[in-house]
Write a protein that binds this ligand. Sequence first.
Ligand code: NAD
Length: 358
Amino acid sequence: MTSYRIALIPGDGIGPEIMAVAQQVLMAIAPRFGLQFAFETLLAGGAAIEATGEPLPAATLTACQQSDGVLLAAVGGEQWDTLPNALRPERALLGLRAGLGLFANLRPAAVLPQLIEASPLKAAVVSGVDLLVVRELTGGIYFGQPKGIFTGEGQRRGVNTMAYTETEIDRIAHVAFQAARQRRGQVCSVDKANVLEVSQLWRERVTAIAAEYSDVTLSHLYVDNAAMQLVRAPQQFDVILTGNLFGDILSDIAAVLTGSIGMLPSASVGAPGTPGLFEPVHGSAPDIAGQDLANPIAQVLSAAMLLHYGLGQAAAATAIEQAVTKVLDQGLRTGDIWAEGTTKVGCRAMGEAILAAL
Ligand code: NAD
């Protein structure tokens, strides 16, 4: 029996509803794979502001740091939007990323045959798409110095700096190559090396790291071409490796290919042996909170990513993914993915169906 400490952060809005489903799924899968989970439910976001006055209480961060993995739902809501920046729910996310040293963001985008009509692109273009964007999360132009708005020569000048050290490039490249090993063995590194020196170093280091992964094929694309290829022929991609800014944009393009925000999980990971953070791509959906309308699948698939990328339990993760596929095959849909000819169910019923399929 392998035991893990899992930190659960239900957060705000639909968070508690979808987290309840994901926790039940983890409890159900555990005995089948010889696993044991000790769950600790923690406060963050608006719920933490109400209880403690701050979005990320020190006790929450400490418990996350001491866990084997953190499963987060979502934080935020209108009632906290007027608070000063440092006290807003979203600060909890920044604090968790920094406090856990999460430098890699993994965003899978798979177009499921059952939901292909939800994609804004033609079925022939998106059929079979199954890709993973690996985005550098703590470097690049969002953090580079100098940054700011400076005054000189009679006008203001806005400045940001795109910078990557070799260490930053190498560690994110390893994440991408290792992920590719567990998938179809292809990494496409995206940069702008025809214009940017920072990208030239990026390309040089990624190529050097590739030598350690002879079983993985490496290709390179300029970011403008990559954006075009993602909508023109997205089936060509397995793992897309890229920096912070390019990854921010490309991961949203990849997400929209699937057409359904309630289905998309994500992972943020740091150094090997440290806990990762696993969460749906969507927000707290306050407009449907508390009405049993939320789609719990992104949360359930985030729990599967926790098993796969956080705990190295790929077989248990696959079992969860298969249960989700089975329920979709049965024609069950929450409102966000409902279409003519399928059966509309609520969050709880969807959860029960996934449990039954397990
Ligand atoms: P959102 O993702 O919460 O909602 C966008 C739309 O998608 C809404 O109509 C919502 O009902 C729907 N939706 C989202 N998830 C769904 C699900 N699982 N099932 C069914 N429908 C779903 O984005 P928003 O409305 O821009 O933001 C709402 C709040 O969430 C804001 O406070 C925002 O700051 C916060 N937010 C948090 C995170 C996070 O915690 N990581 C991410 C994005 C937004």
